[in-house]
Design a protein around this ligand. Sequence first.
Ligand code: NAD
Length: 265
Amino acid sequence: VTNIIVSGIRGRMGQSLAALVRDQADQLRIVAGCGRERAAGADAERYGCPEIVPFEDAADVVEMADVVIDFSNAEATRSLLEAAGNALHGRALVVGTTGLETDTDRALQALSEKAAVLIAANFSIGVNLLLGLTERVATALRAERYDIEIVEAHHRLKVDAPSGTALALGHAAAAGRSAQLQQLRQDGRSGDTGQRPVGEIGFHAVRGGAVVGEHRVLFLGDRETIELRHEALDRSLFAEGALHAAQWLATRPPGRYFMSDVLGF
Ligand code: NAD
């Protein structure tokens, strides 16, 4: 049995994970959750775990876990690392939270010398395939002739934009053109923008309703448009991928891992 701590247990992804773990009780067990408020007994059980501790107290429970899975938000992930970074040594950490601060990225990189760490903006097989395809298409279609725009849509409760997945697709596109995304990134456009610079990669975020997640990568030429598109139909898609990654990661030595390592492509 793989013992798991779910950070952000009361959230949409946390609850999607809890529902899947319930169905695989012979292989997976949630030993504790982290959330804003402490809970025990029936108050915790209804979220699918025996106890919930605040992020600041995560170190108290981390010892019970083979792997911690974090789907919270930038602030909570930072608190988790501050509180339990040392307790995580020798264990595994899967991070699905997006919009992380630069300092948190650095802390995760440092932690990967002592723990197995996997960070992914998206745990679906489809999006991970799309990352590779985006890089290939961007390599084949030259910047002078094909403009790249990335359009994403998410539910109204999402707090960061562009989505982590859109940025990952942007990094893949930039890599395909042997460039750094920072130099090409353009978030939205408004007003007197001037003509589109060659090579720019534009990001557009649609927010509303209950959209689970849609990503489109457009390659716009003078006489043709190519579109790579992915639509997530159900959040459990990400939860399933994250659990698969967590089981895989739980037996790895310290290091920084990627979804491509888990999926083998
Ligand atoms: P959510 O808002 O439903 O859940 C977040 C949880 O974290 C909630 O329980 C909330 O109470 C808790 N939280 C937030 N801020 C906190 C704070 N400051 N202190 C303590 N607790 C705090 O969000 P969600 O839809 O479950 O998404 C969570 C994260 O996962 C987001 O960053 C989202 O972009 C990301 N996400 C990633 C993937 C992927 O495949 N990698 C898929 C879906 C969502």
